[in-house]
Design a protein around this ligand. Structure first.
Ligand code: ZN
Length: 170
């Protein structure tokens, strides 16, 4: 396993749409493990392959709301159903150093993905896990959480994040 370098704004690679993978093979499993190690090392709750410059539809998340870790490795994740209700939830991103904002997210989702054994899994999620999955699928589509804010707010957070990234503070 290895800790990978996480890209930060305004890196244009964060805007590239990731491609589905054919199956979860050994290289895909290695990438999942590296993403997970990088996510835990940076105290994130989710990380998409896009954020390390690899444009494959692979994400890792840990939506555990207790002390017990609950890592999930997902290839080709997709939303099958979204709740009518949505809520403003506070969000941050490893690619946008030091910035936070409330983002509108669906409160419950059903989703499908290939797990690390290439098995097709369908699950439901609510709360933090639902929020993180939506955030990470956005990354695979080249969308950052600041893209879901007003353009004024987005520009302010983007400028601050770039400044912070340059001074090395996060
Ligand atoms: Zn993010």
């Amino acid at each position: 396993m290895a800790i990978l370098k996480v890209l930060s704004v305004p890196d244009p690679r964060l805007k590239i749409k990731a491609q589905p993978i054919e199956k979860v093979d050994l290289p895909a499993r290695r990438l999942m493990d590296d993403l997970l190690e990088t996510m835990y090392a940076t105290e994130g709750v989710g990380l998409a392959a896009t954020q390390v410059g690899i444009h494959q539809r692979i994400i890792v998340v840990d939506g555990s709301e207790t002390d017990k870790p609950a890592p999930l490795k997902l290839a080709n994740p997709e939303l099958l159903w979204i709740s009518e209700e949505s809520a403003l939830m506070p969000e941050a991103c490893l690619s946008i150093p030091g910035q936070y904002a409330d983002v509108q997210r669906f409160t419950r989702i059903k989703f499908r993905y290939l797990d690390e054994h290439n098995a097709m899994i369908e699950r439901e999620a609510s709360g933090l896990l639902a929020q993180v999955i939506q955030h990470e699928i956005d990354h695979l589509n080249g969308i950052l959480f600041i893209d879901r804010l007003s353009s004024l707010k987005r520009d302010i957070l983007l400028r601050k994040a770039i400044k912070m990234g340059k001074t090395g503070k996060t």
